[in-house]
Write a protein that binds this ligand. Sequence first.
Ligand SMILES: [Fe+2]
Ligand SMILES: [Fe+2]
Length: 271
Amino acid sequence: MNVYRNADVTVLNDQMMVPGIGFLPVNAFVLHSAEPVVIDTGLSLPGKADAFLETLSSALDPADVRWIFITHPDRDHTGGLMKLLEAAPKARLAGNFACIGIMSTEWEIPLDRVYLINPGQSLSVGDRELSVFRPPLFDSPATMGFTESATGVCFSSDCFGAPLPSAELASAADVSEVPEADLREGQLLWAAADSPWVHTVDPVKFQQTIDPIVAMDPSALLSSHLPPAFNRTRQFADMLTLAPRARPFAGPDQRALEELLASFEPAVAKA
Ligand SMILES: [Fe+2]
Ligand SMILES: [Fe+2]
């Protein structure tokens, strides 16, 4: 994992190579507020939970974490959760009812440490408030992001993500390193793949979910699946407006999988 810090936020950056698609950043974050917040806990692959905790330790002592905010319980957001709950005994686990419920199908979530919160509510973390909202694009009934009041950074969960052409770009510290055409194409592909319902929405109602972000005009948009983006509100809002009309995503089919597998291994000789 890569670690880089911008002002009050540390980015814990990992990535996944998606065959035929590109390199998807997978970010968790630390908000260094008076009561430190860890936002999501990384991938669930073998060894990743320990790696997450080790990487987190380079940003702060896990024992000092006061909040673990899970934006939604997909497996690329919860890898280190149970280990972090152990290492951070004073931390509360913030999420909504759906988030805690879905995670409870896999783990024994300590309900006395849960803090239930919904879009439209805010959470005080000592020196600032987190204003919780549902991002315009999401792939889970649990998805929530938030904007924090001290520096105006917005954590948008899966929304605004993009698979990128190289591993280097997926670990970039600033989305400005990504060529504009690759960025727009990748974001629209991700919108269609991760939120396929976007093609069925009423465009007027969908726009009403985008407008609040334009009004907020966050100083930074921090997506789980994109390098940090600064001063991009208008550009990213325009991308969202286009998303309902973007090309629908169809994943590779069985033939493509067999071709892929054949490219990995020597062909087995037929009897
Ligand atoms: Fe997701
Ligand atoms: Fe995700």
